[in-house]
Design a protein around this ligand. Structure first.
Ligand SMILES: [Zn+2]
Length: 106
């Protein structure tokens, strides 16, 4: 039997963040989770807890960003519908840049 320390909560949380951002879990942690029933079940618990929080967050965001509000959003109006309020029309390249910079808030 190999002696490895169990994964700390902080590490489990990092794994969760990696998974939810489409990144891969660091190999030592992934290996530990595959081998250790206790950590795997703690991880599953944390993941389901966090999924609930995220679902609540999405519901809150949907309640705030109503269809009317989304339609009126200045960024949508400017970048996609071409209704430029400030007079300096931006290119599609700016839209791609914009999406990249906003990805982490999505
Ligand atoms: Zn463990």
């Amino acid at each position: 039997m190999t002696h490895h320390a169990h994964l700390l909560e902080e590490r489990l949380f990092d794994c969760y963040l990696a998974e939810t951002h489409g990144e891969s879990i660091d190999p030592p942690s992934a290996e530990h989770l595959a081998d250790c029933k206790s950590c795997a079940s703690r991880y599953a618990e944390l993941a389901s807890f966090m999924d609930t929080l995220r679902a609540d967050g999405v519901a809150e965001a949907d309640a705030i960003f109503t269809p009317e509000r989304l339609r009126a959003h200045p960024d949508l109006q400017e970048f996609y519908l071409g209704n430029v309020a400030r007079g300096d029309r931006r290119s599609y390249r700016d839209v791609k840049q914009y999406r990249r910079s906003r990805r982490w808030y999505g």
